[in-house]
Design a binder for this molecule. Sequence first.
Ligand code: HEC
Length: 149
Amino acid sequence: MRDVVRQRAGRHIQRGQDKFMGKFTGAFVVAGLAASALAGVAVAAPAKGDPVLGKKVFMRCVACHAVQPNAPMKMGPNLAGVVGRKAGAANFKYSAAMKKANVKWDEATLDKWLLKPSAVVPGTSMAFAGVPNAEERAAVIAYLKKPVP
Ligand code: HEC
């Protein structure tokens, strides 16, 4: 009888420990995930582009482009929502080259465009030498995706 009680108590303790360990490993997993998430952000940030730097880079574009929706058209088309859009889709008098260009502004294409516009749309009317620095291109693309105030 006593043995049974002790056994039961033993099992109970055992189960309690399992639960504790469960929580413990759970906490470890969560901490691990958080740590790798943080590391992920730190590593991925330069490749993804920093919109704050992008805003500075966009100073080279503001003479011709606005990025706020409904902002008046300048010498170039409004760029609000341009990332992922078909080329030549804003309300703007595009060049014939741009109108017939079958281009979608995904990040890879924008990167090439911003390095050398005429390489993507030969005959474009965007008179712009390009942004030679890859980090600055990534940054301005990030800014176009999500303009920071
Ligand atoms: C001198 C004026 C000028 C400057 C500076 C300029 N652009 Fe442009 N941009 C234009 C014009 C004009 C067009 C339309 C080109 C066409 O129709 O061939 C254009 C087109 C574009 C397009 C395609 C828009 C669409 O609706 O398809 C993108 C994207 C773009 N510019 C991004 C930029 C970025 C980013 C910068 C700065 C790094 C910049 N441009 C600098 C004049 C300029």
